[in-house]
Every structure is written in structure tokens, then in C-alpha cells.
Write a new protein. Structure first.
Length: 138
């Protein structure tokens, strides 16, 4: 049933695309074009945390759909494996950093908060760049 399979991939991709937009956009907007107020930054941190969770879940769902239809995971090698591992590591680190921000930022200096947002933006950019390599080397 190729239509159902395509629908499952497409819906997974919808979640994955919006998750990518949330982690990249949320982190960038917290700092640029101007540093946002502390309360707004906390809300953005929740958005970014939800985005990283969604990326992990929808990334796993891609694998689950493939497994459900083919009985195995896609056979990827080399650069594609490195890109996938990079995305998974970014998602894990982004999740931890966003959660740490929400729990600890009240005791942080402004410079430290800026550093955390720069880290979140960098992780999002790395994952988004890795996505292109996963797509075209697999
Ligand atoms: C646990 C983490 C992740 C896993 C397991 C994962 C897995 C996947 C898989 C299997 C695909 C389909 C690849 C293909 O079409 O060949 C995909 C696509 C994509 N992923 Fe992820 N991903 C993860 C995290 C992320 C993150 C954090 C971002 C961005 C910030 C991201 C952005 C994208 C984008 C933009 C695509 C579409 C690429 C395209 O078709 O051009 N992913 N991901």
C-alpha cells in the first residue's frame, strides 16, 4: 500500500520540518536581531525544548515507518551514518541544554544566558546542515 506508506512518511516529515523550524528559529530569535527580554526567552526555551523532543520523536518515527514496511532500517553508510549520528547527538545535547536553561537560568549571569542561546543556535544549525548530508548521501 504505497499511498499509506507515503502518507506516514509525509506526516512524519511535517512534524520533523516544524520541529526543525522551532529549534532553529526559537534559538536565533532569542538573541538576534536583538536580545529578547528574560520572560520571553524562557518561553522560547520551552518552544525550543519541545522542538528538540519533536525532532527526536519524529526522527525515530522515520525509522519506525521504514521498519514497519520493509522489516529493517534503511541501509546507510559512511557520510550518511555520520550525518545521522550528528543529528542525534545535536538533539540530545539541545534537549539537555534547553532543559538546563529552564531549570538554572535564574541563577545565571546575562553573559551565561547569551552563551547558552548561542550554543542552542549552533546545535540547531549543525543538525540542519547534517540533514542535507543525510538526505543526499543515503
Ligand atoms: C534524533 C534525531 C534525528 C533523527 C533520528 C532524524 C532522522 C531523519 C530522517 C531519517 C530523515 C529522512 C532522511 C531522508 O530523506 O533521506 C530526516 C530528514 C530531515 N531532518 Fe532529521 N533527524 C533528527 C534530527 C533532526 C534535527 C535536529 C533537525 C534540524 C534541526 C533535522 C532536520 C531534518 C530535515 C530538514 C530533514 C529533511 C531533509 C530533506 O529531505 O532534504 N533532523 N531526519
Amino acid at each position: 500500500m504505497p499511498d499509506l506508506q507515503n502518507l506516514a512518511y509525509a506526516l512524519t516529515q511535517v512534524a520533523h520540518n516544524f520541529g526543525a523550524a522551532a529549534v532553529v528559529g526559537g534559538a536565533v530569535f532569542a538573541r538576534w536581531p536583538a536580545r529578547q527580554a528574560r520572560e520571553l526567552r524562557r518561553r522560547l526555551a520551552w518552544l525550543v525544548l519541545a522542538g528538540w523532543l519533536l525532532q527526536g520523536a519524529s526522527g525515530g518515527a522515520f525509522g519506525a515507518v521504514s521498519y514497519a514496511y520493509y522489516g529493517r532500517f534503511p541501509d546507510i553508510h559512511g557520510i550518511a551514518v555520520a550525518a545521522l549520528l550528528t543529528k542525534m547527538a545535536s538533539a540530545g545535547a539541545g534537549l539537555v541544554l534547553a532543559a538546563a536553561y529552564l531549570k538554572l537560568e535564574s541563577g545565571w549571569t546575562e553573559a551565561r544566558r547569551d552563551g547558552a542561546w548561542a550554543g542552542l543556535a549552533a546545535l540547531a544549525a549543525i543538525a540542519l546542515a547534517a540533514a542535507a548530508f543525510l538526505r543526499w548521501f543515503s
